[in-house]
Design a binder for this molecule. Structure first.
Ligand code: MSP
Length: 471
């Protein structure tokens, strides 16, 4: 049995959750459930990122104190995480007093690598990111993600000396000691690492009041990313506790837009603290809405609560884990979602369960148990974090079972009185379905539980309502 620690990016609380926010949670949760089925002990962290100017300005626009605003929005993310049935064990808000205090301890430990200097350059508040002149020129002075002009900053900052860490980070990435998935993102990071200057890690308090105060310098507040990234270890109570049981993290799940912070800034902080780097960083693509980036101005932001209400939780999990590719951008449209629900969940799986349960009931077949080792192809894909491929693989088995029933025609065998053959055929089909249910447990826990409850508990009674009633 191994100890597995999984981390998810903590969203800014400057608005409501949208469907894109589900990705970190779903991927981490799927992997967590997988490792638990393999007998491992898993910790899964989630939380909210509450400091910084982005959150502060939103609170002002909404006419609320930043404290009240953060609390209200953090709650929305917490509710969302619960609605998605994310099997987390640890939850953190970056405004928690203990987190703030621990960040200050972390800062003190980093001091040998910190120096003060004037910053004269660019910043994007949307990304909460310092921007190099090269990036500024490449993007024509406008942030491609937020479509807003970069701000010019001229101010005192504290810096973390990259030269202390760059070679180590490069060699750990190259040797896959910190494995970056997918491979093409790893190559992007290796290129970016060479151009990364010393990292600005503070802002003057008069420019940024909503943040963690820098120890021993009242005029400065920590740059929001330093405070946010630290959550992955402060939630384990670092530096108050020895975290070696859980750190380094087995895997961190992040969107492609914030990979650079996790693959460069975060390793620099960790090395400065004398801690190991995470074993893996899994960087997923973005969910698009009707082929476009979701944005309030285009008006194509999809509210996840509506998606959840449409066909229930497992339909949500199904779509985002199977039809959203694990590593590249994928599209959400209501049409695609409804099609997947009706053609796949209702037709492929719902019908299969209903037909098989009815046949077993009619022919008094019962007494199955869930058994056997998990399928090796499935495990290989899960071990490589290829979740959408693993799900495709499982779904092919669902479709194959439908073909198997059609081919074996147990209803004809029953009509001809060949009861032994009926029993043999149905027993094989049910055992196969239970094996599939075991694999589905990581993706669709509720549905897998229902299938087991129908087939693996003595008498088989068809559900009064199909698992996925047609919409
Ligand atoms: N607060 C930072 C993360 C700090 S982690 C120490 C942040 N927040 S965010 O709210 O902008 O994004 C949170 C997560 O959601 C990130 O992993 C981001 O990539 C992901 N997504 C945001 N929009 C997304 C899509 N449209 N699709 C998929 N994931 C997306 O960045």
């Amino acid at each position: 049995m191994s100890k597995v620690y999984l981390c998810t990016a903590i969203p800014y609380v400057n608005g409501d959750p949208h469907i894109g926010h589900a990705m970190d949670y779903l991927l981490a949760d799927t992997y967590a459930r997988y490792r638990r089925t393999r007998g491992d002990e898993v910790r899964l962290q989630v939380g909210t990122d509450e400091h910084g100017n982005k959150v502060y300005s939103s609170a002002q626009k909404n006419g609320l104190s930043v404290e009240a605003y953060s609390t209200e929005n953090s709650q929305k993310f917490q509710d969302f995480i619960k609605k998605l049935d994310i099997s987390y064990t640890d939850i953190i808000r970056t405004t928690d007093a203990e987190h703030v205090r621990r960040c200050q301890e972390i800062w003190k430990q980093l001091k040998p690598h910190i120096y003060a200097a004037d910053y004269d350059g660019w910043y994007c508040e949307g990304c909460e990111s310092f921007v190099t002149q090269k990036e500024y020129d490449e993007n024509g002075g406008i942030c491609p993600d937020h479509q807003k002009p970069y701000q010019r900053l001229t101010e005192k900052n504290y810096y973390l000396r990259m030269d202390d860490f760059r070679d180590t980070i490069r060699s750990k990435i190259e040797a896959d000691e910190m494995l970056i998935l997918p491979e093409f993102r790893k190559q992007e990071i290796l290129r970016l690492l060479e151009d990364t200057p010393d990292i600005s890690i503070s802002r003057p308090r008069k420019q940024l009041s909503w943040g963690v105060p820098v120890p021993d310098d009242d005029s400065q507040v920590m740059y929001v990313w330093v405070d946010a990234l630290s959550n992955y270890i402060t939630v384990l109570e670092y530096p108050d506790k020895d975290i070696s049981d859980w750190w380094p993290a087995t895997a961190q799940f992040v969107g492609k837009d914030i990979l650079r912070f996790h693959a460069i800034t975060w390793p620099a902080i960790l090395l400065g603290l004398g801690l190991d780097l995470p074993r893996k960083i899994v960087s997923h693509g973005h969910v698009l809405s009707d082929g476009q980036k979701m944005s309030k101005s285009i008006g194509n932001v999809i509210n996840p609560m509506e998606v959840l209400e449409r066909h229930g939780l497992d339909a949500f999990r199904y779509y985002f884990l199977r039809h959203v590719d694990t590593f590249t951008d994928s599209d959400f449209t209501w049409e695609k979602f409804d099609e997947a629900y009706n053609n796949e969940l209702a037709n492929d799986l719902g019908n299969l369960v209903q037909r098989l349960a009815t046949l077993c009931h009619k022919n008094s077949i019962a007494g199955f148990s869930v058994a056997g080792d998990p399928d090796s192809t499935y495990c290989t894909l899960m071990d490589k974090y290829e979740f959408s491929k693993a799900f495709d693989y499982v779904w092919k088995q669902v479709q194959q079972l439908n073909k198997d029933i059609d081919l074996a025609k147990p209803w004809e065998l029953a009509k001809n009185g060949e009861i032994d053959k009926v029993k043999a055929v149905l027993s094989t089909l049910v055992s196969d379905l239970l094996k599939v249910a075991q694999l589905l447990e990581t993706f669709l826990p509720e549905t897998a539980g229902k299938i087991k409850a129908i087939f693996a508990t003595g008498t088989i009674i068809p559900p009064s309502q199909p698992l996925f009633p047609k919409a």
